[in-house]
Design a protein around this ligand. Structure first.
Ligand SMILES: [Zn+2]
Length: 248
């Protein structure tokens, strides 16, 4: 069972909203929904397993909201030795997530050969914004709703020359990629990395990549869901599943 105990609240929030209890309720900026409630369920499950001779591994991390930078190797190690993992994140409208899109984040930098005066020697300039504009159209063409809703979108663009009469020698875009399957992640990643400049005097540099692989709805996932559904039914809960588009 996978848990995280950090929250998105900035440091110092606890000073403004101190922890307090009031009868049956506890208050504080702790992320009750995401995801202290899941941790409590996990602790009860551990206690139940201990009392009934079962066992499972529970992992509690403290850096999920910032990208699991320190805990990632531990997560990957335990995942590789686990046949099944329940992530104790909150459900969506009571539905548990059996698939989630993978997310990629790229920065693409375009450089012209040199900056040149737009009036005096335009032939010597290689316009980085021209490269960027062509690349943006290419990147958007990688979106493929037919392949299950792959999206590639450029949402931040910057750069340019120093003045309106100097040919732009630098430009940069940030690209958001979302895919349902690993094969789509590989297709899009390959296309982004193999982009070549239109003008031979320009260069294209790609950094970033797929940082959260998709969780595909595999046969094993469906089996695990069915098992949870059967267990929930004994508690009078009609458990449903859902798919989500982003990292949550
Ligand atoms: Zn969370």
């Amino acid at each position: 069972m996978l848990n995280h105990y950090d929250t998105v609240w900035p440091k110092g929030t606890i000073g403004k909203r101190p922890f307090r209890t009031d009868g049956r309720f506890a208050y504080g900026p702790g992320g009750v929904f995401d995801m202290k409630a899941g941790m409590v369920q996990c602790l009860y499950a551990m206690q139940f397993a201990a009392e009934h001779g079962g066992s499972f591994v529970s992992l509690f991390t403290g850096d999920e909201e910032v990208g699991s930078t320190e805990s990632r190797p531990i997560i990957e190690d335990l995942a590789s030795r686990s046949s099944r993992v329940f992530v104790m994140e909150p459900s969506q409208d009571g539905k548990i997530k059996t698939s989630r899109k993978g997310v990629g984040d790229y920065t693409v930098t375009f450089r012209g050969g040199r900056a040149a005066h737009a009036g005096l020697e335009p032939e010597k300039g290689v316009n980085a914004i021209d490269e960027m504009a062509r690349a943006v159209l290419f990147l958007h063409s990688l979106s493929d709703t037919a392949r299950g809703g792959t999206t590639v979108s450029v949402n931040v663009a910057s750069g340019g020359g120093t003045r309106s009469n100097v040919i732009a020698d630098w430009a940069q875009v940030q690209v958001d990629v979302r895919v349902w399957t690993l094969s789509e992640a590989e297709r899009v990643d390959g296309q982004i990395r193999s982009m070549r400049p239109h003008n031979p005097g320009a260069t294209i540099e790609v950094s970033g990549g797929i940082n959260r692989p998709p969780m595909e709805r595999t046969r094993a996932t469906v089996e695990l869901f069915e098992e949870a559904r059967r267990a929930a039914r004994t508690l009078g809960i009609d458990l449903q599943e859902c798919a989500v588009g982003g990292w949550q």
